[in-house]
Write a protein that binds this ligand. Structure first.
Ligand SMILES: [Zn+2]
Length: 274
């Protein structure tokens, strides 16, 4: 958590505005060649919502605004948490942050479009009891064979007054993407869905790839980070508690091995070709 605060402070020192995804869509996206620096702060609340409340408090104390994407209560991901789902949503919203729906309806409904569409509407309405949700964001579900974004091949989320989805409405020709998926900043190598394949090679060839947060801090201080950035973090990974930090390290390193196997597994078409 301390280094997360340092990350935000370093960005601010270098002149970056720290904004939510909704604010990006409304006020920043149209200014493609704007020299004004900004970082969109996105959080996927995959587990431990109490950690998200801590990052939300840090951001509030620095005058930053972020977007927090929550999963459904029925996914079981918040079981045993210190805060209930409504408590977490209310507490983070009261700090001035944006709340959105971290949808995974296709994977939860076994790829059934009709069921997934109803499920999406039910949970969007659930979150709107607590916050006027305007943006949604896919949960990657690496072990599921269903990509929840596929729901938008048949339906349009804009019909629900949703103004955007980070994977679908961000101009990545202008916005550089960083995520802590895989518990490092270069986890795109093992990420199944949380990555921007069409630009990643270009960014890597430009040297825009770092593994640890101290390495990223050094890059920000040297002013080599692009002017427009989206940073996604999963607050359950960030903690000052040493035992929890080591546990996360061991579990995630094991998960990365599995994810690497999933990525390298030949698809049905590849197998036919062989
Ligand atoms: Zn997620």
């Amino acid at each position: 958590m301390d280094i997360y605060r340092e990350l935000l402070e370093t960005l601010q020192k270098q002149g970056y505005q720290l904004v939510s995804y909704g604010d990006y869509l409304r006020d920043y996206k149209s200014r493609t060649h704007d020299t004004k620096k900004y970082v969109i702060l996105r959080h996927d609340v995959d587990a431990k919502p109490e950690n998200s409340l801590k990052t939300a408090q840090i951001e509030k104390s620095l005058g930053a605004k972020a977007s927090y994407y929550f999963r459904t209560g029925e996914s079981g991901c918040y079981k045993g948490s210190e805060l209930s789902l409504p408590e977490s949503v209310r507490a983070i919203a009261s700090l001035g942050h944006e709340i959105g729906y971290h949808y995974e309806d296709m994977s939860l409904c076994g790829g059934d479009f009709g069921k997934a569409y109803d499920h999406f509407q039910t949970w969007l309405a659930y979150f709107r009891q607590y916050y006027a949700v305007e943006t949604i964001c896919m949960h990657g579900a690496p072990t599921s064979k269903y990509d929840s974004k596929d729901l938008w091949q048949k339906h349009d989320y804009k019909a629900f007054d949703i103004i955007g989805e980070p994977y679908m409405d961000t101009d990545f020709s202008d916005v550089f993407y960083l995520t802590d998926t895989g518990r490092c900043w270069d986890g795109y190598k093992v990420s199944v869905r949380d990555k921007i394949p069409q630009y990643q090679d270009e960014w890597t060839s430009q040297g825009l790839s770092w593994h640890t947060t101290p390495e990223l801090l050094e890059a920000i201080e040297k002013d080599v980070l692009p002017k427009h950035v989206m940073i996604t973090t999963h607050p359950q990974r960030w903690t000052n508690n040493k035992a929890a930090w080591w546990k996360e390290l061991i579990i995630q390193n094991t998960k990365n091995i599995i994810k690497r196997i999933i990525i390298n597994r030949p698809s049905k078409c590849d197998r036919k070709e062989q």
